[in-house]
Design a protein around this ligand. Structure first.
Ligand SMILES: Cc1cc2nc3c(=O)[nH]c(=O)nc-3n(C[C@H](O)[C@H](O)[C@H](O)COP(=O)(O)O)c2cc1C
Length: 184
């Protein structure tokens, strides 16, 4: 009785750990957005070349996918004016931002065509490569999957670069930029 009673108590939905979470309906867009925002992420800027010149966009939906072949993904909102350019792009470059690059992240969240304030070069496949980032993955289009109000864009990395050392990344959590604080 003593042991099984303790086990039942440990898995009960009334356990203290569950008390601070309030259920919400997943069709409540604002509540869902807020809950998604509890997942802290790194921050990327994704660039491509268009007929109107270089285009950039800040994105935190980036994820690594596969080592062989080397694949990554991110998702672009259908409502974004930049969606079609990225969904149709054959070449693009995903940059992992350093903690010092919040201005770059804010700039390419606001608009995509002005590269004048930043150092960049034309990458090996033609997509712009921004200077000062922690890593850059030059990708060719591998797949684009429709997914609700976003497109999941999967890229195969053809060329890559990363900084030496342990430079800290720019992080995004609950709508705020920040940086990593190691525990212990
Ligand atoms: C930290 C951060 C992360 C973002 N991540 C994404 C993302 O993964 N996908 C996306 O479609 N938009 C994302 N956005 C929004 C775009 O950067 C940009 O603000 C939006 O596309 C603006 O709309 P427009 O393209 O119509 O100008 C993010 C914005 C911020 C600030």
């Amino acid at each position: 009785m003593g042991i099984s009673g303790q086990i039942i108590a440990a898995v009960s939905p009334q356990a203290p750990m569950d008390r601070d979470m309030t259920p919400f309906t997943p069709t409540d867009g604002q509540a869902l957005r807020n809950a998604f925002g509890r997942f802290g992420t790194g921050v990327t800027v994704i660039t491509t070349q268009t007929a109107q010149g270089p285009l950039g966009m800040t994105a935190n939906s980036f994820s690594s996918v596969s080592l062989a072949p080397p694949l990554v993904l991110w998702s672009a909102a259908l409502q974004s004016k930049r969606h079609d350019a990225f969904a149709q792009a054959d070449q693009y470059c995903i940059h992992i931002l350093a903690a010092s690059q919040q201005a770059l992240a804010s700039h390419f969240a606001g608009q995509g065509h002005d590269f004048s304030g930043f150092d960049w070069t034309v990458g090996p496949q033609g997509a712009p490569q921004l200077a000062g980032c922690l890593a850059a993955f030059h990708c060719t289009r591998f797949a684009v999957h429709p997914a609700g109000d976003h497109s999941i864009i999967v890229g195969e990395i053809t060329d890559a670069a990363a900084c030496d050392g342990q430079g800290a990344g720019l992080l995004f959590d609950q709508g705020r930029f920040g940086s990593f604080a190691p525990q212990g």
